[in-house]
Design a protein around this ligand. Sequence first.
Ligand SMILES: *Cc1c(COP(=O)(O)O)cnc(C)c1O
Length: 393
Amino acid sequence: MDITALRAGTPGCAHRAHLNNAGAGLLSRRTLETVTAHLELEARIGGYEAATERLDAIEAVPAAVAELIGGRAGEVALFDSATHAWHAAFYALSFRPGDRILTGHAEYGSNMLAYLQIARRTGAEVVVVPDDEHGQLDTAALEKLIDERVRLVGVTHVPTGGGLVNPVADVGRITRRAGVPFLLDATQSVGQFPVDVRGIGCDMLVATGRKFLRGPRGTGFLWVRPETLEHLEPHVTESTAAAWDDKGGFTWREGIRRFTTFEMNYAAVLGLGSAVRQALELGPAVTGERTLALGAALRERLDALPGVTTYDQGRERCAIVTARVDGVPSDEVKDTLTRHGINVSLTSPDQARTEGRDVHPLVRLSPHYYNTEDELDRAAGVLAGLARPGQPR
Ligand SMILES: *Cc1c(COP(=O)(O)O)cnc(C)c1O
């Protein structure tokens, strides 16, 4: 990878040390121009007419997303967020009293709220699988909890609030053997390192466009294994998802189309397509190796600083690095980094309520492949300054 060229093709790199890729990655110039070109086309010739003119490119986007995650064309539907994609899958399942939903401590907060709502509505039960000694989902405990009551295993691959990478391929082996649907929230992993749906063995996967994938905001997607689709009854319908039959009723359209919506932000869809194509061209294995190495290097730098503690769990850790400076509130650390032109964010307990660690808010630093060692040094330098009492803030 030519990092200098990639940075030159990423406008934000000129202005900030962007260590907030778990929040939103920086758009490449190519993606930015794809989005603005479509908006201009819409303004010039009309929204429907612009969509018609770019129809082939628009229709190629779900197929490109599928390729990126080891799926096939016709297995991906686009949404305006990972949350809405996740809802489309989850609310398409049915639950009865006594059914069980198994999930992990790192489950994304909004997913957990949906489990609780369905539990309240249907009498299903939510069971949080314990963590192992590394702080990741304990797959032996998961296996013991599998029985005829389990209707769904829902797991977050990489949580928003830390460097943990859950052992999802082990989860997939267990759920495939048991014949239980496995819904994977891969929002923080897709784009960060290679994610392969068939290698993992999940049945449904969601992710967002804007984080490590570097797509525009307001994009997300759902992948569903074709065999699983037949068991999903979407919670909402519209004419792109269902077809009238001649008896005045309707049937679901074939395959993933039952989850599609008519209205879309096509400029953002095309931007997502651009970001995905760029990820495919660079190669997720190549970019992932660098991203993970930068994450490990940053964690190592912070761990070496007296008065700074990192909190990332799991046997395998990714490029999300969470830390605290002794005696300095995390929002103050973030503000100081901002003043130095370094973008980071803060964790909140609401992002994963079941997690149970009383450590938030932490400062979250999340580099991507286009970041440099020099930027990591600058961030570590600011934290080192804050950790030394008597230093100017
Ligand atoms: C950000 C995030 C989401 C939500 O993604 P949106 O596109 O904002 O809906 C879901 N799960 C995880 C783990 C996330 O980090």
